[in-house]
Design a protein around this ligand. Sequence first.
Ligand code: SF4
Ligand code: SF4
Length: 223
Amino acid sequence: MVVAESKPIGEILEMIKDCKKVLVAGCKGCVTVCNSGGEKEVGILASELRIARKTSGNDLEVLEYTCERQCDPEYIEPLDDLVKEVDAVVSIACSVGPQYIAARYPYLPVYPGLNTVFIGGSVEHGVFKEYCQACGSCIIGDFGGLCPVARCAKQLMNGPCGGSSGGKCEVGRGEIDCVWHLIYERLKNLGQLHKLEEPWGYKNWATSREAGPRTMIREELRK
Ligand code: SF4
Ligand code: SF4
């Protein structure tokens, strides 16, 4: 899932300081799962904004709505009537959401209420880790199902650097697993250590973000 976290409330208040009425728009997708942008968080942020503005003697009216998803135009449509009443939208979806809202309502200011952090998952309650950088050409099949692109600080493709120690990465004060240690152990368990005996080859970066914004077309879905 896309993992995102709340922006500091002061940052959001600054963005909407000239508004009298805003819509806080959440999303029932990934950001609900990571507890940053679902229905509950919409209610909390709306209350925080109202209280902060009341305290400063400058009342703010806040509407609340949580979309099924904000990364799909048809699910943004329910905002059509609500946005007529407001000066701005604060989107607490991942950063795709505010951009879709901006595209649908060209004359309405839209502000992000979250910082989108990475593609990852939950490892324990309240702890999320990065597992993928969406490189567009997945190679983990060669590495026991583990990703050296997202999980090695140096994106090494042919084994660990000299800083791998006791299974930990030298980057991150010893708190992060060295993915190359994990890859080695995993391939050993799978009886596939021979995969590490030859240089791996090259990573196709042409599909990565460095080549500019990407588009994926599924022709079979377009028929
Ligand atoms: S190889 Fe690329 S697509 Fe596969 S998990 Fe790593 S970053 Fe994601
Ligand atoms: S210690 Fe391991 S994870 Fe960290 S940079 Fe070196 S090879 Fe990559």
